[in-house]
Write a protein that binds this ligand. Structure first.
Ligand code: NAD
Ligand code: WQD
Length: 331
């Protein structure tokens, strides 16, 4: 298939592009490079032997976006492009609503005009808000008690896509709710390399390992979990990428929703221990107060994806740490 990948030079997008190319798909990338580097295209070429066509275009630029669609002949769109920094979204909510929500509306508009009907959307476990349970199944209510504008954009986009599907039942839509992506490509050539200050646990661990930060602050060890630190479902980014290929094969008219997670929880201290095991060095950290909005424990129930997509994760936290260190050493 000829696939347009928005946000394809970003962390999850670039790994998915590699899997798509290796599966024989033709890929074009659209990205404004606000959180990624153009050199990712060369890394993709080194891994796959193919350098994808790149459009340096912002989703907010409707004319340039339409031109990409008019010149391409896309069978499907994988839509990763978006801003994702939770704290920044609280400081600058309108930037998030414009970039993520308006950007997606522009994308759908271009798809409609050019008769492209398959859309896979990067949603997030954040849409569950505070679900009142640790184990997230896809049928839990969404949109309640979401504590930040970033998360609300994901919820709003899901709702927009559901409404679109009612009005235009021929649209084939996948809402893919990611849990916590970690790790890097096993070649060490691709990984998470955000511009500016990272927010998520793994990129911060990487900064500590590089000596850019003195230590990791662990946000609370007084949660009702075995070691007192929060538990999340960390999924290897290559497993996550493969989940998109599995979803692509099962598209049909209407909206389908899937959690993409491992179904297993890991605590912050367990993540630190796994990183130390892989690197062979201690990772400096200190326990600080809780971070506002953090839930003690959250993980995916991954059965639906397993049953309906025939996909489940294969890689472990140890694999993710090994690949992260390869990426650190390569960069
Ligand atoms: P990322 O920042 O590495 O990638 C996003 C890419 O989108 C970047 O390359 C950025 O330059 C591009 N982009 C942003 N706004 C754009 C715009 N207006 N026009 C064109 N390009 C634009 O992030 P990621 O971790 O790869 O996440 C990909 C998607 O998955 C995002 O939508 C994110 O919200 C979602 N997601 C991420 C996580 C996570 O923890 N990483 C979890 C759940 C969902
Ligand atoms: C993981 C754990 C922290 C940093 C966020 C978004 C969610 C989704 C994934 C996009 C938590 C702890 C972290 C640090 C720490 N993104 N931590 N010290 O909060 O589960 O989810 O990213 O959709 O929407 O909310 O991920 O990586 O920020 O934190 O102790 O310096 O690491 O408390 O338990 P989170 P995270």
């Amino acid at each position: 298939m000829n696939i347009l990948v928005t946000g394809g030079t970003g962390y999850i997008g670039s790994h998915t592009v590699v899997e798509l190319i290796q599966a024989g798909h033709k890929v074009e990338i659209l990205d404004n490079l606000c959180n990624s580097k153009v050199s990712v295209l060369d890394k993709i070429a080194e891994i796959t032997g193919v350098k994808p066509i790149f459009h340096h275009v912002d989703l907010l630029n409707k004319e340039a976006l339409l031109e990409v669609f008019e010149n391409g002949n896309f069978a499907a769109v994988m839509h990763f492009a978006g801003l994702k920094a939770v704290a920044e979204s609280i400081e600058e909510p309108l930037k998030y609503y414009e970039n993520n929500v308006v950007g997606t509306l522009n994308l759908i508009d271009a798809m409609q005009k050019c008769n492209v009907r398959k859309l896979l959307f990067s949603s997030s476990a954040t849409v569950y808000g505070d679900p009142g349970t640790s184990a997230c199944t896809e049928d839990l209510p969404t949109g309640q008690k979401i504590t930040n504008p970033y998360g609300k954009t994901k919820y709003m986009i899901e709702e927009i896509l559901k409404d679109l599907s009612v009005a235009q039942p021929d649209f084939e839509i996948m809402l893919l709710r990611y849990f916590n992506p970690v790790g890097a490509h096993e070649s060490g050539k691709l990984g998470e390399d955000p511009n500016g200050q990272p927010n998520n646990l793994m990129p911060i661990i990487m900064k500590v390992a590089r000596g850019e930060y003195a230590e990791l602050s662990v946000y609370g060890n007084d949660y009702p979990t075995a070691d007192g630190t929060c538990i999340r479902d960390y999924i290897h980014v290559v497993d996550l990428a493969k989940g998109h290929l599995a979803a692509l094969k099962k598209m049909r008219p209407g909206v389908q929703t899937f959690n993409l997670g491992t179904g297993r929880g890991t605590s912050v201290l367990e993540m630190i221990a796994a990183f130390e095991k892989a690197s062979g060095k201690p990772l400096p950290y200190k326990i600080v107060g809780r971070r506002k909005g953090d839930l003690p424990e959250l993980y995916a129930v991954a059965e639906k994806a397993s049953k309906e997509l025939g996909w489940k994760t294969e890689l472990t936290i140890d694999d993710a740490m090994r690949d992260t260190i390869r990426f650190l050493n390569g960069n």
